[in-house]
Design a protein around this ligand. Structure first.
Ligand code: FAD
Length: 416
């Protein structure tokens, strides 16, 4: 194959790559998207946040997603024994979307990629990036292996690396950095949810909190299947013996709320185990490239923030690249790293405070404080750049301080 010349090469056609591609295509830039797999393909990341609806809407991909009929998600339920903490996205501090979806990602990502191809985007499956060489001016030559094993080259002015766990540029450029999120692992599968209860209960996304480190997700889909998965310390996940099916079946016994619904059901594929899933990088951009989505940073699934960061970072990176291609100067440190890390840091505080137990103290303390709940709800909806929300602005202190006050109050009551 002859060499190809483009403005922007996008690696990966997950939500991050597709949002970036849609924006750049709408701006009239010459792009190429290369995807290693053929779609539809399975990937985890099925519970979305309202904030990502803004991104799909802005790049013109929302209508095609609406047409598919994914299960609507209006909030999230957290359980701790008999205590229920329900977040309703229509009752949140920040204005914005009050619903989103629970999606089978094979379908979701396929809808996005198919729509881009329909619009004329050069997106090809079965194409794996194997090497990238950058010139001093940031232009690059990428070697790609096609589905017949033949190599060809793409010359690009910019690269957006949206390769998810493929982590193409972090690997090739040595950008990986240990995450400072406490290490956890996960094991998950889909089931045909034949004992699904009627009404809202059957379709409600739920996080059943088993202890400070261990929780179980239930994400029902509109096709009658449900995603189930455990998250816990790596030692806990590894303490179960046997193959992944046997291990997930044994773990199910730990969820007294859901055991009856899911016991004895066959998994639709052998359960998948991902160990120590949190990822980080030394830098989010360099001359001629930007990292977006999971290729840049992944914290933890507990607040379903992965796809939203994937689309937020993709949209921002593609806007900044458009500016540069149009001859404007971009301050990548401030406009990209500064902006993205603001949101990442808010979620990182919540993830850390989840696993210290402080956030769980707030969620399950009774009576609830409706104003605090509205503010936390906006964070859980993904609106983590809104500094009018005290739970965004003081993310590093407020959860900790409030949990301390609650614990003191409980202690005083116990002593009196
Ligand atoms: P991906 O969706 O992974 O897409 C990357 C694409 O790049 C893939 O299609 C891949 O084939 C392609 N690729 C890789 N290498 C190459 C290569 N060399 N050449 C070409 N193409 C390549 N997020 C949520 O929002 N909600 C959740 O409920 C949620 N649950 C999760 C549960 C667990 C246990 C884990 C570990 C993660 C979860 N996530 C969740 C995170 C979510 O999986 C990711 O954040 C999200 O998929 C990131 O999207 P992306 O577009 O960056 O990457």
């Amino acid at each position: 194959m002859n060499d190809i010349h483009v403005d922007v090469l996008i690696i990966g056609a997950g939500p991050s790559g597709c949002v970036a591609a849609s924006h750049l295509h709408n701006q009239g830039k010459k792009i190429k998207v290369v995807e290693k797999n053929t779609f539809p393909r399975f990937v985890i990341g099925e519970s979305l946040l309202p904030r990502c609806m803004d991104h799909f809407e802005e790049v013109g991909l929302l209508d095609v997603l609406k047409d598919f009929g994914f299960e609507k998600k209006y909030g999230a339920r957290f359980l701790s024994g008999d205590i229920v903490c329900n977040f309703d996205f229509s009752k949140k501090h920040t204005k914005g979307w009050d619903w989103t979806w629970q999606v089978t990602r094979a379908d979701f990502d396929n809808v996005l990629a198919t729509e881009l191809i329909r619009r004329g985007v050069d997106l090809s499956f079965g194409q794996e990036v194997v090497d990238v060489v950058f010139d001093d001016d940031g232009t690059s030559v990428t070697s790609i292996k096609d589905d017949n094993g033949a190599l060809y080259k793409v010359h690009a002015k910019h690269i957006i690396d949206s390769s998810g766990y493929g982590r193409v540029l972090p690997r090739l450029l040595g950008l990986d950095k240990a995450s400072n999120i406490p290490e956890h692992s996960s094991i998950f599968a889909h089931v045909k949810d034949v004992k699904r209860p009627e009404g809202v209960e059957g379709t409600l996304i739920t996080f059943d909190v088993l202890d400070t480190d261990t929780w179980f997700w239930v994400i029902p889909f509109s096709n009658g299947d449900t995603s189930i998965g455990f998250v816990g310390k790596t030692e806990f996940i590894e303490s179960f013996k046997g193959d992944t099916s046997e291990r997930l079946k044994a773990m199910l016994k730990h969820s007294s709320y859901y055991y009856e619904r899911f016991k004895g059901l066959d998994f639709k594929f052998p359960p998948i185990c991902i160990k120590n899933y949190s990822k980080s990088v030394k830098q989010l951009y360099g001359k001629g490239y930007a990292l977006t989505g999971n290729s840049a940073e992944f914290l933890d699934p507990v607040f379903s923030s992965g796809v939203t960061f994937a689309t937020e970072s993709a949209l921002m990176a593609s806007k900044l690249i458009t500016k540069e291609l149009n001859g404007e100067v971009v301050d990548w440190e401030e406009e990209y790293t500064g902006y993205i890390m603001k949101g990442v840091n808010v979620f990182a505080s919540y993830v850390k405070e989840w696993y210290t137990g402080n956030l769980q103290t707030l969620f399950f303390h009774r009576p609830e404080n409706p104003e605090i709940k509205r503010q936390i709800c906006a964070v859980l909806a993904g609106y983590v750049w809104d500094e009018t929300n005290p739970f965004v602005k003081k993310h590093d202190k407020l959860v900790k301080n409030l949990a301390y006050l609650i614990k003191m109050e409980v202690q005083q009551k116990a002593n009196s």
